[in-house]
Design a protein around this ligand. Structure first.
Ligand SMILES: NC(=O)C1=CN([C@@H]2O[C@H](COP(=O)(O)OP(=O)(O)OC[C@H]3O[C@@H](n4cnc5c(N)ncnc54)[C@H](OP(=O)(O)O)[C@@H]3O)[C@@H](O)[C@H]2O)C=CC1
Ligand SMILES: CC(C)(CO)C(=O)C(=O)O
Length: 306
């Protein structure tokens, strides 16, 4: 498959490098000039639980006029509208766009820019990835990717994408109910994103903390109750068990919201913990734990923008 990964950060690099190593024709587009130059010169260097490797991929700072079979949009939520608006040079009549962000709401912005008929949504779970420097990424684990149609994209097209990712060694599958998958991931993210970002603790440290562990589990339980109240068909009998198992796979990981706060950057808290009170309101409910965590994170982030 001819694939372009737009947003070649922590996750985009893992996707691009593994897909290229599996023999797909892969290029990347990223906003960070020094990173793009390092990739173009030395390739992408990935380290993770299964060792290290380096792969050559073509790298650009803006999308070249060269339509591909698959665009993978792997920027953070706040950058989705701008990145989606720049995808036109990569799109041919049969191009599928796969957007993979944590939190809720990104797909709507991408559909507006590229058309819902070509859009698939992905959920990446259990990677704990971070950039180590230009051209270099480390990930703590590599659990699963699930893909689903956002609008009228044919199921065969989603399956084709999942099959390509399986050739690269990912546990990847097409699912019918991508909204349920997004909520299952959201339950895990709300447990760790704001609590880790606000305290500087890792996923495992939050899980094991006598007081903050309780806050983390309460945030997850609130998201779980909200999903059930909205009638989302999540397959989660026990949210506390779900988030414990999530942390057990990568106790040392720093959620990307914590990496953002360490760099004094605005995080994705607004579409992760912040999504829960917004969604709860649709069901006539409140979500005070996530509301408070979001307010604290927003307050800190606002100070960096002053
Ligand atoms: N990290 C993880 O372990 C996991 C992350 N996720 C989710 O995956 C998504 C991506 O996260 P992550 O990889 O950590 O984020 P990163 O910040 O590491 O990567 C995003 C990259 O996109 C670049 N970028 C921003 N705007 C544009 C643009 N318009 N065109 C091209 N490139 C652009 C950024 O450059 P610059 O920094 O210069 O703006 C950055 O290099 C998020 O939604 C995250 O929540 C999901 C599962 C695990
Ligand atoms: C590590 C974390 C919490 C990133 O933010 C994540 O979402 C994942 O790896 O699935």
């Amino acid at each position: 498959m001819k694939i372009c990964v737009v947003g070649c950060g922590a996750m985009g690099s893992v996707y691009a490098a593994r897909l290229a190593r599996a023999g797909h024709e892969v290029s990347v587009v990223d906003a960070w000039q020094a990173h793009v130059e390092a990739i173009a010169r030395d390739g992408l260097h990935i380290s993770g639980p299964d060792g290290e490797f380096r792969t050559a991929v073509a790298a650009h700072t803006t999308a070249p006029a060269d339509p591909v079979d698959l665009v993978v949009l792997a920027v953070k939520a706040a950058d989705v509208p701008a990145a989606a608006a720049g995808l036109a040079p990569l799109l041919g009549p049969e191009t599928t766009v796969l957007t993979i962000q944590n939190g809720l709401g990104s797909a709507g912005a991408v559909a507006g820019a590229v058309g819902a008929g070509r859009l698939a949504v992905g959920i990446a779970s259990g990677f704990g990835a971070g950039l180590r420097g230009p051209g270099r990424v480390h990930h703590n684990a590599m659990r699963a990717l699930r893909f689903g149609a956002h609008g009228s994209l044919a199921p065969e097209r989603v399956e084709e994408v999942a099959a390509a990712w399986r050739t690269a060694g990912f546990d990847a599958a097409a699912v019918d109910d991508v909204l349920a998958m997004q909520w299952e991931k959201l339950i895990c993210n709300v447990a760790y994103s704001a609590p880790c970002a606000l305290t500087g603790l890792t996923v495992g440290e939050i899980r094991d903390h006598p007081e903050l562990g309780r806050t983390s589990r309460a945030a997850a339980t609130e998201a779980w109750e909200t999903a059930l109240a909205l009638g989302v068909a999540i397959d989660v009998p026990d949210p506390v068990e779900l988030v414990r198992a999530f942390a057990a796979r990568m106790p040392g990981a720093k959620p990307s919201a914590l990496l953002d706060h360490e760099a004094r950057r605005t995080s994705e808290i607004d579409v992760i913990n912040g999504a829960v009170p917004r969604e709860a309101a649709k069901a006539g409910r409140t979500a005070p734990v996530n509301q408070a965590l979001t307010a604290l994170a927003r307050h800190r982030e606002a100070a960096w923008r002053r």
